[in-house]
Design a protein around this ligand. Sequence first.
Ligand code: AR6
Length: 168
Amino acid sequence: MENVKVVKGDITKCEVDAIVNAANTSLLGGGGVDGAIHRTAGPQLLEACKKLNGCSTGDAKITGGFNLPARYVIHTVGPVWRGGNNGEEDLLKSAYQRSLEVAEEGSLDKVAFPNISTGIYGFPKEKAAKIAISIVKEFMSKHKYPSEVIFVCFDDDNYLLYQRQLEK
Ligand code: AR6
């Protein structure tokens, strides 16, 4: 599908309508992609996040992008991988689904996703890639927005997995 793309790189450099942040339930910043997004966006992002009163795992909330090239940040919280029998797959699906719904509600056209939960949260990468791609394709087949989704992979493993999965 040509409106679903994969690139290797840093999501904080993406000039899109919204980038998705793999945050934690506090929404007050952290390491990984969350840390990079807050560093680039500047302190106004933290101020905006403080007003959101956190976010449940599997949910998503939106702020402005401040100093980022992206107009908005959709903050979602993926699950911590605890062996796979604690609802992790459904929670990851929900994190993608809710992020897409928030984009759709804002009529946001071009959205970039990081590989949610596959860093510090330890979700198996191949399983996560299959979930991400299937949820995104299904959502896009039913909705006008977003009309373009970019999977921004930071590590080689994820980049190769997404390339392989998207070729199918
Ligand atoms: N651009 C794109 N992807 C990135 C970047 C970047 N600049 N930096 C890292 N990644 P992680 P999680 C990739 O750990 O597993 C934070 O502390 C990384 O290679 O950022 O959902 C939050 O506050 C990996 O593939 O997020 C939470 O506490 C992917 O982003 C916790 O980490 C996700 O890795 C969330 O853990």
